[in-house]
Design a protein around this ligand. Sequence first.
Ligand SMILES: Nc1ncnc2c1ncn2[C@@H]1O[C@H](COP(=O)(O)OP(=O)(O)OP(=O)(O)O)[C@@H](O)[C@H]1O
Length: 308
Amino acid sequence: MVIETFNLTKQYDGKGGCVDINLSVKEGEVFGFLGPNGAGKSTLVKTLVGLLRPTGGSARVLGRPLGDIRAMGKIGYLPENFRYHDWMTGLEVMRFHAELYKIPRPAERISELLELVGLSGHEKKKVAGYSKGMQQRLGLAVALLADPALVFLDEPTSALDPVGRIEVREIIRDLKKKGKTVFLNSHLLSEVEMVCDRVAVINRGRIIACGDLKDLLFENSALTVKIGSPAEGLIEELKKIALQVKLQEDILTIKVAKRDDIPLIAKVIVQSETPLYELKMEGVSLEELFVNLVRGGKAIDNGDKVHL
Ligand SMILES: Nc1ncnc2c1ncn2[C@@H]1O[C@H](COP(=O)(O)OP(=O)(O)OP(=O)(O)O)[C@@H](O)[C@H]1O
């Protein structure tokens, strides 16, 4: 595991922050960390990168305890609200951080990264003259300077235009291809849906859902089946396979535990000689799931916390 936390807690004078966080993030995955404003996302990230000391619990990052200097050298971090010295040029900011990281042949690495984030040609301009999006691109380049094994990106695209967002998505995918682990905080759920393998949702400092993104979305989807008059005993038969079966007029709404149960459901209906007119999976988007979870809706049936 690249990140493992054990009841990790960081509160400010006993309030706010994040509480009893138990998470594990595997090597090479893109992990999405979601939550509404003030939920505790940045607090957890700052604690994991060693900027804040936990007030409870413990964690291991890259196999080392929190704050261990050997692990910190392999971590890249793009904070949510950062400001570089605006009297420096982009190139100077990069050189400064390269020195801190003691990067061998920094000139080569710096120009490669400025190219990657689309700042080539702007490196000699002062940061004061950079747009918000350019500053965010510079922040991303700094986060990637040391070729980190683990990258924390806190709202990496908040200031970017649509093209910039696509570019960052490509950078994230490329990092994954290279076997790097990405921990992504973002409010842009469609973006998270496109790049993340697993997600956790935090609300009021506590994790309320965590799991494989595809499974989480599947669990919260339902099969809708348009049928004629149901044969005797059909609903009972379906209940043996499905998690939940509801019949309203001629529409059956069925929740299944796994994809392979769908053809089974169709078979049972057909074999019962009930007319079957239509069968489709009504999926939820991550946005719908998120809103349901955060508002305490019934998005998830088996308790208020899911671990897959
Ligand atoms: N330095 C601090 N001192 C006191 N309380 C803090 C401090 N930093 C954060 N908090 C509180 O801890 C809680 C979590 O804040 P945090 O910034 O971690 O949330 P977040 O999920 O990153 O929010 P956002 O999406 O708005 O950036 C909030 O209630 C916040 O007010």
